[in-house]
Design a binder for this molecule. Structure first.
Ligand code: PMP
Length: 331
């Protein structure tokens, strides 16, 4: 069976934001000698913004946590940051104001590209923000395969640093998975336990408990998993962070992948082992999506209003070149 295309969708938008200034998307430039290109030196975040159910307020989930994680990734790679949280959010408002349409959500990618310096001396980076319209549709359950590629150790390429270089292994695993007819790949860590998938974390259900590996197992410190943990507890469900063996994954009752753009997407099968589709994880999913659409709130999960419908220019999705792609970056 052929794999289904990636959940995120990319287009060629008219605008990007470079260090706070709007620049035509086609005119954004990075020099070939920049360490962003010669050493894959860039750190990034993917943020999702949602229209509420009434369709009049557009809010972005957890911008503070994304900003903090971007700062932490940058600090670990010795990349200086010269903008505040308020500058960061002002950038989302500025670009969102140009690109948002009433009938689509928006996924922002905020990337710090190292554009100056050499081997850690004189390092400076540009903050470039891009954003892509996302259709409000439910993804199909996913089919996964366990990859022959693995997440490296913390002393090799730390998974908690959200840097482009970390996605080279993920890309190899995704290509391998697609060749075998899967939608995505499960990456094991060096010890052979479950780390994550190429652009999202993993959750399983075993004996009525929801389980996800901690960051020390080789996954990103996911903002979505933290939110899902709160949702689960609110629903009275047990949620554990602990290592997961490969055979525990294969024999789990339920399985799903979680990330900002992936939200909580149920998994149908891993390597031919099949999972239940209407259990605890689908309850957690419904509740999480309801919070994202502003139907209800949960303390600790921030939805920060960015833009009112009344402030939009009136353009619609059909006015834009919308091209879904399988090569979308991770959320
Ligand atoms: N792991 C990887 C490798 C990812 O790219 C992502 C998406 N950012 C995640 C996990 C999920 O993290 P978050 O929930 O913070 O988006």
């Amino acid at each position: 069976m052929a794999h289904t295309a990636s959940i995120s969708q990319l287009q060629i938008p008219p605008w990007a934001l470079v260090n706070g200034e709007l620049v035509r998307y086609e005119d954004v430039r990075i020099h070939i000698s920049a360490e962003a290109l010669t050493r894959a030196l860039s750190v990034f975040e993917g943020l999702k913004g949602y229209w509420n159910t009434a369709g009049d307020v557009f809010a972005v989930r957890s911008p503070r946590q994304h900003y903090n994680r971007l700062c932490r990734s940058a600090a670990l790679l010795h990349i200086p940051i010269s903008f505040t949280y308020d500058d960061f959010v002002a950038g989302l408002v500025k670009l969102g104001g140009q690109l948002l349409v009433p009938d689509r959500d928006l996924w922002f990618r905020t990337t710090l590209y190292v554009t100056k310096g050499h081997w850690g001396e004189g390092t400076a980076a540009d903050l470039i923000v891009t954003a892509f319209m996302q259709q409000k549709r439910d993804p199909h359950p996913m089919r996964l395969g366990v990859s022959t590629w693995r997440r490296g150790a913390d002393v090799v390429l730390p998974a908690r640093v959200k840097c482009s270089a970390n996605y080279i292994g993920g890309r190899l695993a995704r290509i391998e998975a697609c060749r075998l007819g899967y939608d995505d790949a499960v990456l094991l860590n060096e010890a052979g336990r479950v780390a994550e998938v190429t652009g999202a974390c993993i959750l399983i259900v075993d004996k009525g408990r929801i389980i996800s590996p901690p960051t020390s197992e080789g996954c990103l410190d996911s903002i979505t998993v933290a939110a899902l943990e709160q949702v689960s507890r609110e629903l009275g469900l047990a949620f554990e962070r602990r290592p997961i063996e490969r055979t525990e994954l294969l024999t789990a009752d339920e399985c799903a992948v979680a990330g900002t753009i992936t939200e909580l997407t149920l998994v149908d099968e891993v390597d031919g082992f099949r999972f239940e589709q209407s259990g605890l994880l689908s309850q957690v999913r419904q509740r999480y999506l309801g919070i994202m659409r502003g139907k209800s709130a949960l303390p600790g999960i921030d939805l920060v209003p960015l833009i009112d419908k009344a402030d939009l220019s009136g353009s619609r999705a059909e006015d834009r070149d919308e091209c879904p792609t399988v090569a979308a970056a991770a959320g």
